[in-house]
Ligand binder design. Structure first.
Ligand code: HPA
Length: 273
């Protein structure tokens, strides 16, 4: 595993000498952040040894190394998902590569369904914590001791200090932010109304099919995470309408500008540190 990661890192380093301190993963329909990035290298996932290409509409599937407001960043534009049939090692692969590239923190974003009935589609939610309902822990199997310990602590995967900083950035932009718990399922079906009622009782505010594997990979490597969900739709059974990927794409398109401003503001606050 380590050799595979470091082969990927060497390949990326052969394309760009940038040393990004911040990694970003852009979820479904949320890839426009890269338009504001002064690109040093843009590498399709298929070119990176060991990485897998995303098969999902709305997921570009390339790694961008560049500068956002002068700040060096590594941005995954799109991700691969467990429901596509990839193994968890493949789903976590590029997050681990970012870790081996030397990032000091990871910003993860996703599209999610709103479970909390005070939310409306288009809301942006800071992830305060998560519930892993994907049916498997991505670190199952032999531990890679060079990445982290066998039993990683998850009590501060999304540190409050990062969330507070994001709240300040949002306030400065006049954006309101929700804050809540993200519950991840493997998908690809959307949930049933009964599942959503159950998840609400369990304390979940939003539901999606991604992010948790990458966050667990980052936590294993002791990399703090800032998570932002774009609430693209109300979860199943809340409204009298069916759920579609089109609604997810339409909502991300509608809030793209605010979302991009928030992410760029956050990156600027990280500075070159
Ligand atoms: N459920 C699961 N994943 C999602 C949803 C949803 O309602 N919306 C966007 N991703």
């Amino acid at each position: 595993m380590l050799e595979a990661l470091d082969t990927a890192v060497s390949y990326i380093r052969s394309k760009s000498s940038l040393a990004p301190q911040t990694g970003v993963i852009l979820g479904s329909g949320l890839g426009n952040v890269v338009d504001a990035v002064e690109t040093d290298a843009s590498i399709p996932y298929g070119e990176i040894p060991g990485a897998r290409a995303s098969t999902v509409l709305g997921h570009q599937g390339r790694l961008i190394l560049g500068r956002a407001n002068g700040v060096p960043v590594a941005i995954m534009q799109g991700r691969v998902h467990f429901y596509e049939g990839y193994e968890m090692g493949e789903v976590m692969f590029l997050a681990r590569v970012l870790g081996r590239l030397g990032i000091k923190r990871l910003v993860v974003t996703n599209a999610a369904g709103g479970i909390n009935t005070s939310y409306v589609p288009g809301d942006l939610m800071l992830i305060s914590d998560h519930i892993n309902f994907m049916g498997v822990n991505p670190l199952r199997g032999p531990n890679v001791d060079d990445l982290g310990v066998r039993f990683p602590d998850m009590s501060e995967a999304y540190p409050e200090s990062l969330r507070n900083m994001a709240k300040e950035v949002a306030a400065g932009l006049g954006l309101s932010l929700k804050e809540g718990v993200y519950l991840a399922l493997s998908g690809p079906t959307y949930e049933t109304p009964a599942e959503i009622r159950a998840f609400r009782v369990l304390g979940a505010d939003a539901v999606g099919m991604s992010t948790v594997p990458e966050v667990i990979a980052a936590s294993h490597m002791q990399i703090p995470v800032l998570g932002i969900s774009c609430i693209t739709n109300m979860a199943a059974g809340i409204l009298k309408q069916k759920l579609t990927h089109q609604e997810v794409m339409d909502t991300t398109a509608r809030v793209q500008q605010q979302f991009t401003a928030l992410v760029l503001g956050i990156l600027a606050r990280f500075g070159a540190s």
